[in-house]
Design a binder for this molecule. Structure first.
Ligand SMILES: NC(=O)c1ccc[n+]([C@@H]2O[C@H](COP(=O)([O-])OP(=O)(O)OC[C@H]3O[C@@H](n4cnc5c(N)ncnc54)[C@H](O)[C@@H]3O)[C@@H](O)[C@H]2O)c1
Ligand SMILES: [Zn+2]
Ligand SMILES: [Zn+2]
Length: 383
C-alpha cells in the first residue's frame, strides 16, 4: 500500500528491491524521503526494463550496494519539488535521465558532449549531491541505481536528472526514450552521423540495435546488415529497416569476413549493441579502411578491456563510444518525444510486453532468456 501525502514529507510505497546480485526482486514497503534542495520526487507511471539493469543486477562487482532499487528508463509525474527548484511544478510529466545535464560544467557548455561532470553516470548507488540514499526500509538505506531507481512507485532524482515533456505523450511508450530507443537513434544520427547511401552493420538487434537500424534507415542508408544469434530477430529487424540478416551460428568463418565480402571490403559504419567487448574487435574488422567508424554502445557483462589489432586504427578506422546516443538530455530529448508524437519515429513496436508492477520478475526472466524487446512495467494507478 502506498500513502501519498500533501507536501514534501516521507512517503511509504512499494518498490522492487534487489537483496543481492541476481536475486529475484521483492516488492517491499520502502520509505522515500522528501526531495532535498534542487531535487524532485516523481510518481513513476511506467518504467521499461533495459539490458543494463539486468547486467548490473547480475554483476558480482558491487556486492555492497544491496539492497538496491534498479530501473532507469521511466516516465512519471512530479509529485513534489525541493527547495530552489523553479524548473518543475507538481503535475509535470517527465522522463528520468540516467545521465543528467547541469548546463554549466565544461562538458555541458562544450556543445560537443553529454558527459556532464556534475550529474554524470552515478555508479555508487547514491545521490550525486550528498552521496546518500533517499530510500530506506525501517531506517536502513536502500541503494539507488544511476541516481534514478524507477522500480519504485515513487523516486527522488536531482532536477538535472529529469526532463519535462509534453503532457500528451503516452507514458507507456515514451519511457523508452529515457534510455534504449534514444541511445540507438542518437548513435546513428548524432554520434555516427550516418550519411545517405552508406552501408551499416549492427551487432545485436535488441531495442538499442533496432533503434540504430531505424536511425540508419531514416538517414537513407543503402544497406543495413543486422547480426544476431537469435533467428527471431530477422523479421523484427526487417521491420526496423535492416536489409540483410546474418546469424553468426550459420557461418563457419568469422562474422567480419562475411560482412567484408558483402560490403566490398567493409561497411562505412558498425555498431556494437550487445554488451560484449570481444565483439568490438569484430565490429572494427567489419568496417572499411580509411573511414570506417565503429560506435560501441553495449555495457559489458564481463571483461571491460577492449583488444584489437593496432593496424585496424592505422588503416584509418575510428572507434567511438556513446551514452544515451550523445543526446544532451535536457535540451534534446523533448524534441525526440515531439518527433514521436508527429509519427517521425517508431517506438511502439519495441514494446513486446506490458506487465503490472507485481510481475517485474517476469520481465527480468524474459530478458535473460532473450524472449523480449522492451517489457514496459505499469505502476499501479491508484498509488
Ligand atoms: N550506451 C548506452 O547509452 C546504452 C543504452 C541502453 C543499453 N545499452 C547497452 O546496449 C546493449 C544492448 O541493449 P538492449 O537493451 O538492446 O539489449 P538486448 O539484450 O535486448 O539485445 C541484445 C541483442 O544481442 C544479441 N546477441 C547476444 N549475443 C550475441 C552475439 N554473440 N552475437 C550476435 N548477437 C548477439 C541478442 O540476441 C539480443 O538480440 C546492452 O549491453 C545494454 O546494456 C547501452
Ligand atoms: Zn538503459
Ligand atoms: Zn554538466
Amino acid at each position: 500500500m502506498s500513502s501519498p501525502v500533501e507536501g514534501p514529507s516521507v512517503i511509504t510505497c512499494r518498490a522492487a528491491v534487489a537483496w543481492g546480485p541476481g536475486k529475484p526482486l521483492v516488492l517491499e514497503e520502502v520509505q522515500v524521503d522528501p526531495p532535498k534542495a534542487m531535487e524532485i520526487r516523481i510518481k513513476v507511471v511506467c518504467t521499461s526494463l533495459c539490458r543494463s539493469d539486468v547486467t548490473q543486477w547480475e554483476s558480482m562487482a558491487q556486492p555492497d550496494l544491496f539492497p538496491r532499487i534498479f530501473g532507469h528508463e521511466a516516465s512519471g509525474i512530479v509529485e513534489s519539488v525541493g527547495e530552489g527548484v523553479s524548473e518543475f511544478e507538481v503535475g509535470d510529466h517527465v522522463l528520468t535521465l540516467f545521465i543528467g545535464e547541469c548546463t554549466r560544467c565544461k562538458q555541458c557548455v562544450s556543445g560537443k558532449s553529454n558527459m556532464c561532470q556534475v550529474l554524470g553516470l552515478e555508479r555508487k548507488g547514491v545521490m550525486h549531491s550528498d552521496q546518500k540514499t533517499r530510500f530506506s526500509i525501517k531506517g536502513k538505506p536502500v541503494y539507488h541505481y544511476c541516481a534514478v531507481s524507477s522500480f519504485s512507485e515513487y523516486t527522488v532524482v536531482h532536477s538535472g536528472c529529469a526532463v519535462k515533456i509534453s503532457a500528451t505523450a503516452p507514458m507507456e511508450k515514451i519511457c523508452l526514450l529515457s534510455c534504449g530507443a534514444a541511445a540507438g537513434l542518437g548513435a546513428a544520427w548524432k554520434v555516427a552521423d550516418i550519411s545517405e547511401g552508406s552501408t551499416v552493420v549492427i551487432f545485436g538487434l535488441g531495442s538499442v540495435g533496432l533503434s540504430v537500424a531505424q536511425g540508419a534507415k531514416l538517414r537513407g542508408a543503402h544497406r543495413i546488415i543486422g547480426v544476431d544469434t537469435n533467428p527471431e530477430k530477422c523479421e523484427k529487424g526487417k521491420s526496423f529497416g535492416i536489409t540483410d540478416f546474418i546469424n553468426p551460428n550459420d557461418h563457419d568463418e568469422p562474422i567480419q569476413q562475411v560482412v567484408k565480402r558483402m560490403t566490398d571490403g567493409g561497411a562505412d559504419y558498425a555498431f556494437e549493441c550487445i554488451g560484449d567487448t570481444s565483439m568490438i574487435s569484430a565490429a572494427l574488422q567489419s568496417c572499411c579502411d580509411g573511414w570506417g567508424l565503429t560506435v560501441t554502445l553495449g555495457v559489458p557483462k564481463s571483461k571491460p578491456e577492449v583488444s584489437a589489432h593496432y593496424a585496424l586504427l592505422l588503416s584509418g578506422r575510428t572507434l567511438k563510444g556513446s551514452l544515451l546516443g550523445g543526446w544532451k538530455p535536457k535540451t534534446e530529448l523533448p524534441q525526440l518525444v515531439d518527433k514521436y508524437l508527429q509519427k517521425g519515429i517508431e517506438i511502439d513496436a519495441l514494446v513486446s510486453h506490458n506487465l503490472p508492477f507485481e510481475d517485474i520478475n517476469t520481465a527480468f526472466n524474459l530478458m535473460r532468456e532473450g524472449k523480449c524487446l522492451r517489457c514496459v512495467i505499469h505502476m499501479p494507478k491508484s498509488s
